[in-house]
Design a protein around this ligand. Structure first.
Ligand SMILES: [Ca+2]
Ligand SMILES: [Ca+2]
Ligand SMILES: [Ca+2]
Length: 470
């Protein structure tokens, strides 16, 4: 890269000319001088002009668009696949010497790094590094949180609670909550590992509440206190990538995915209850690699009442995308007389995104769960419905340790209720009001007849509904 440094102050066109010549001839600067001394050959000049155009074209190709609210001067540099940690480190060092501040190094879910550049020129220099596949602006991604409408809060106290658990038993499985963190001291949650990739924070402790709510639905302990999750007492990995406002940058989220991939032998299932509209190739690449390493990802469809095809990560084919329904009484059939502002009992939630990318539906309204301060709350969102599927996937994985991510997806889909399922008066039945022609199965976990969860509530409270009050 010393060569580029020497010519760093010459115009970019001249750089391109020299650089393309260098590549074409693979010779020293002395030879370049000889080339300059030759009479101008119009044919060769035409060739060089083509080279310049090619180079500019390549540069434009190397700047990959990412949609969302950009964070000025922050970029994700994705290296070509044949680069391993030593070269990633040395290339990151090179970017640093060009004037970039290094924010993260990725080595498990993709090879690359996150940088902050002082100006465009530095970015251009980094894009010229041949090992760079592409550079993508860093963007903001938000938790799919939804504030409870007051009308819903008002009926909260009237919600029927389901039968309590027997107060014992834990599922032997590891769940990654890539979110705002988890209340590390919550007595109803088994937080096993914690880490933060959000600047200004030093642990995976939750400073928002969203991650703790998601964690409780998936895995609150079966201990006669508070609530119980679908995979009770599962080991929770608090992987903080979203800040106290529930907002994160794609570079931090990729670091979270990288961490999961590094621990792919331990982490079975990962919950992604956040997203944004548009595309983000670097994040997609990281998730593809992580799924290939055996980790099952569940992603929220989003809360905007629109087709989720434009929402990532829900639209990535490698993840299990989840929509939300209203369930008031823990039973099918739409029997509850209580209506919410987002729909009646056993109907598609009005805020839920929908569409062909959605794999499963699950309850996502007025879901009782854990929150910060060793406390409890209710929340409504596709984040809540997604956490049900995360818990169910973990439960399935605990019973079928060899299941691949696609095995788990196929199993949950085939075990779910369909429009043809006749309501059995309990949990096995479908919902109404789906917004499209894609009748995604409704999560159903009573297959788990060998688990104490199902044995505990064989008839009256199907375990796939909201976490039960204990
Ligand atoms: Ca509990
Ligand atoms: Ca119901
Ligand atoms: Ca649908």
């Amino acid at each position: 890269m010393g060569f580029r440094k020497n010519v760093g102050y010459i115009s970019s066109i001249l750089i391109a000319l020299l650089f393309s010549n260098c590549i074409l001839t693979s010779v020293s600067q002395n030879s370049l001088f000889e080339v300059e001394a030759k009479p101008i050959d119009k044919t060769s000049l035409q060739g060089k002009n083509d080279d310049v155009r090619t180079n500019v074209f390549e540069m434009a190709n190397k700047l990959r668009e990412a949609t969302g609210e950009k964070t000025p001067n922050d970029y994700i540099v994705v290296l070509k696949d044949n680069n391993f940690l030593s070269s990633v480190r040395s290339l990151a060092g090179e970017a640093k010497s060009e004037g970039a501040a290094l924010r993260h190094i990725y080595d498990h879910s993709l090879h690359g790094f996150a940088i902050r550049v002082p100006n465009e020129k530095v970015l251009e220099e980094i894009m010229k590094i041949p090992e760079v596949d592409y550079v993508q602006p860093d963007v903001k991604v938000k938790a799919f949180a939804q504030n409870l409408p007051t009308g819903i809060n008002r009926v909260d106290g009237d919600l029927s609670s389901t039968k309590s658990g027997d107060g014992k038993g834990a599922v032997n499985v590891d769940i990654g909550i890539v979110d705002t963190g988890i209340d590390l001291n919550h007595p109803d949650l088994n937080v096993y590992r914690q880490v933060s990739f959000v600047s200004g924070t030093s642990s995976g402790n939750d400073d928002n509440g969203h991650g703790t709510a998601v964690a409780g639905v998936a895995a609150a302990k079966d201990d006669s206190q508070g609530v119980v999750g679908l995979a009770p007492g599962a080991r929770l990995w608090a992987i903080k990538v979203l800040d106290s406002n529930g907002i994160g940058s794609s570079s931090d989220i990729i670091m979270g995915i990288d961490y999961v991939t590094q621990h792919a032998k331990e982490i079975d299932v990962v919950n992604l209850s956040f997203g944004a509209v548009g595309k983000n190739d670097a994040l997609h690449k990281a998730i593809i690699k992580s799924v290939a390493a055996g980790v099952t990802y569940i992603a929220a469809a989003g809360n905007d009442g629109k087709d989720a095809s434009s929402v990532f990560p829900a639209s990535y084919p490698e993840v299990i995308a989840v929509s939300a329904i209203v369930d008031i009484d823990g039973k099918c059939g739409g029997k509850s007389s209580i209506s919410t502002t987002v729909g009646k009992d056993d109907t598609f939630a009005s805020f839920s995104n929908y569409g062909p990318v959605v794999d499963l539906a699950a309850p996502g309204v007025l879901v009782k769960t854990t929150t910060r301060g060793s406390s409890y709350t209710s929340f409504s969102s596709t984040s809540a419905s997604t956490a049900h599927v995360t818990g169910a996937a973990a439960l399935y994985k605990s019973e079928h340790p060899g299941a691949s991510p696609s095995d788990i997806r196929n199993a949950l889909r085939s075990l779910g209720s369909s429009p043809a399922t006749t309501c059995d008066g309990n949990g096995h039945g479908y919902f109404t009001g789906d917004r499209d022609n894609n009748a995604e199965p409704l999560l159903y976990t009573a297959w788990a007849s060998t688990t104490e969860l199902a044995i505990r509530n064989p008839v009256s409270s199907p375990p796939f509904r909201s976490p039960f009050s204990q």
